[in-house]
Design a binder for this molecule. Sequence first.
Ligand SMILES: Nc1ncnc2c1ncn2[C@@H]1O[C@H](COP(=O)(O)OP(=O)(O)OP(=O)(O)O)[C@@H](O)[C@H]1O
Ligand SMILES: [Mg+2]
Length: 247
Amino acid sequence: MNFTTAQSNLFDPAATGVAVAPAPAMIKLTDIEKVYQTKTIETVALNRVNLTINKGEFVSIMGPSGCGKSTLLSIIGLLDEPSSGQVEIAGRPVTSYSDKELAGLRNQKIGFVFQSYHLINDLSVLDNVELPLLYRRSVSGQERRQRAHAALDKVGLSARTSHFPSQLSGGQRQRVAIARALAGNPELILADEPTGNLDSVMGEEIMDLLLHLNRHEGVTIVMVTHDEHQAQKTERVIRFFDGSQVS
Ligand SMILES: Nc1ncnc2c1ncn2[C@@H]1O[C@H](COP(=O)(O)OP(=O)(O)OP(=O)(O)O)[C@@H](O)[C@H]1O
Ligand SMILES: [Mg+2]
């Protein structure tokens, strides 16, 4: 199998060879349960969740602390496995993908953005954005640099490439984190409270940036937020309570 070709089409239903109409969802979760078992307590973090994410959507996920939002993002992002239930990608259960294909999806098709940015303080802005591309053997040093510059341009930080994270505002740091996700050309961005550490003005800026990426760059976005105002700007709001979807 030509892995590179197959992998680059994994989110493209037409390329799966399955003639289905309508096109399968990018991600489909069926009856997902996630139970965390520690010595003293069993926590049902997700309780029979059914959820479909289609290509091009911007979906927000809301709900009180501890209701399972981050757990859900980890499962959608293939960072964690459910205790039971099925995850399908482009119409195929994840169990039918090889480990290599799944690693390819995780690393190349999905970008992650977190509340606390997760930048490396000892690296410049440019080096932070380039870092994930270092793990892709197919990307040359020159291309890496070009892609990092292009991503920083998209988030409006071309003038800050040699700054260090400590020299930036919170909003700018989050832009760097978004550029780092974008440099990999992801089809799906999973953002866990991306504006949670920002004041409302900076939060709005980040939200506008995400909306722009969704509308003009075609990136599918799933965002956890506590901010009703921001959630209302997205196409669909999914609400959770105690591990269950309530609307
Ligand atoms: N690794 C783990 N081991 C045990 N329990 C866990 C683990 N991760 C999460 N939990 C529990 O699962 C539940 C859901 O956690 P999760 O982090 O998904 O919530 P959340 O909705 O993202 O909350 P917040 O809004 O505070 O970020 C919580 O009760 C949490 O304590
Ligand atoms: Mg969380």
